[in-house]
Design a protein around this ligand. Structure first.
Ligand code: GRF
Length: 188
């Protein structure tokens, strides 16, 4: 079974996925950002990667087409977005319907979009958390697969909260990906 991870930035979730699941699945990374630290991680971890450099394309549409071609050629069983900073076009979401996951660092539908941890911290909520969901055509909007709660303690700072959330993400995402792939396998 093949898993493709899309990451634009740091790639700590990508690394957690690789460490937990590389023995079970073939894993590949795609990034559209040549400065993504995720690419360095792929090299260090000896994982195949593909840079589809967004800046190289004149229009978003030509980038998306290239991405779509690549994904179709690869025939992944599952695609996991892990800090992917572009919006997938409808035709990609449709084509891989039910086979694209995303992780978001809040309890959706609260605090969608960018800087969700900071949004929650600044709002002053007492509980926040992590959501793993299927991707549809609304931003952070697809069907929720699982959520876990993080309590914000009075002594928490934005930094300690970020640390807690990321730790939880690294534990949760590989587990959920594994479960979803197995379920997909069984239904075939
Ligand atoms: C994570 O917090 C994830 O929930 C969000 O983007 C961040 C990516 O972090 N979608 P990293 O690149 O995996 O370190």
């Amino acid at each position: 079974k093949k898993l493709i991870v899309l990451a634009s930035g740091n790639g700590s979730n990508f690394e957690a996925i690789v460490r937990k699941l590389r023995n079970r699945y073939e894993i590949k990374l795609i990034s559209e950002n040549r400065d993504a630290y995720a690419l360095q991680r792929a090299i260090k971890l000896n994982i195949d990667y593909e840079l589809i450099n967004y800046k190289y394309f004149r229009e978003r549409e030509s980038y998306n087409k290239k991405l779509f071609e690549y994904l179709k050629k690869e025939e992944p069983d599952l695609i996991a977005l892990a800090g992917y900073m572009k919006i997938l076009p409808e035709y990609i979401v449709e084509y891989f319907s039910g086979r694209i996951l995303n992780i978001h660092p809040s309890l959706l539908p609260a605090f969608k979009g960018l800087n969700a941890i900071k949004q929650a911290f600044e709002y002053g909520v007492k509980y926040t958390g992590v959501t793993v969901h299927y991707v549809n055509n609304e931003l952070d909007g697809g069907k929720i697969i699982t959520q876990e709660v993080v309590k914000i303690e009075p002594e928490d700072t934005l930094e300690t909260l970020e640390e807690k959330i990321h730790k939880l993400e690294h534990r949760l995402y590989p587990k959920v990906i594994d479960k979803v792939i197995r379920r997909l396998t069984i239904s075939i």
